[in-house]
Design a protein around this ligand. Structure first.
Ligand code: C5P
Length: 221
């Protein structure tokens, strides 16, 4: 069974998807990490970040694996290297190339074959797994998302204001909604789950209920 989790930045998708997969004992596909990995290797090989066909060929040549919460290319653990600011910046043009998205779609489908899987990323319900048994669009009001992000940033030692976080988030939302390919939008049959005022374990409990309701009776705990 496949569960997809999409939604805007700051809605807690990654943490929630990871926790849901762990609770269910299922695999977890971090598709953002896959795009980041392609960008990292492209930077290392000096590939132009606007050369879609060469980047797509790179996607096809890479062996990306997830193991115990870490990301590997072949045998190399790239989990930390893909989180640098340089890679974050490079990932955007890579993820905007239609040829890359097409190659990634096939790779993600291959990785999912035969698995019970929670997969997270902007296009998972709408493009990559249109037949997923459960599609969730996780969201929260802009204010709530900005408050959560601001709290995280303060905890990391930042001194930026909540207003600055809110403004940056509005710009990012606008960009994400208007991306020419892989734009953020809920699949038409997604469950839109608004998490304002809910604690992470309340969100998780509700998701487990949604999964159980969609599971074949014999597969329910
Ligand atoms: O979620 P994360 O920050 O790791 O995503 C890295 C980049 O990849 C972001 O620019 C995000 O928009 C993009 N992405 C994407 N499609 C996905 C997952 C992530 O375009 N399915």
């Amino acid at each position: 069974m496949i569960v997809t989790l999409d939604g805007p930045a700051g809605a807690g998708k990654s943490t929630t998807a990871r926790a849901l997969a762990a609770r269910l004992g299922w695999c977890y596909l971090d598709t953002g990490a896959m795009y980041r990995t392609v960008a990292l290797v492209a930077l290392e090989h000096g590939l132009p970040l606007d050369d879609g066909p060469r980047l797509a060929a790179l996607v096809e040549s890479l062996v990306i694996r997830f193991c115990q919460g870490r990301v590997f290319v072949g045998d190399r653990d790239v989990s930390d290297a893909i989180r640098t600011e340089e890679v974050t910046q490079a990932t955007r043009p890579v993820a905007d190339a239609p040829a890359v998205r097409e190659a990634m779609k096939h790779l993600q489908r291959r990785l999912a074959e035969g698995l019970d899987l929670v997969t997270e990323g902007r296009d998972q319900g709408s493009e990559v797994f249109p037949a997923a048994e459960l599609k969730v669009f996780l969201t929260a009001s802009p204010e709530e998302r900005a408050r959560r992000r601001h709290r995280e940033e303060l905890a990391r030692g930042s001194t930026g204001s909540l207003d600055a976080v809110l403004a940056a988030q509005a710009r990012r939302d606008e960009g994400d909604r208007n991306r020419p390919v892989g734009a953020m939008r809920p699949a038409f049959d997604a469950v839109v789950f608004e998490t304002d005022g809910l604690a992470p374990d309340e969100v998780l409990a509700r998701l487990v209920e949604l999964v159980d309701a969609r599971r074949p009776r014999e597969a329910r705990p």
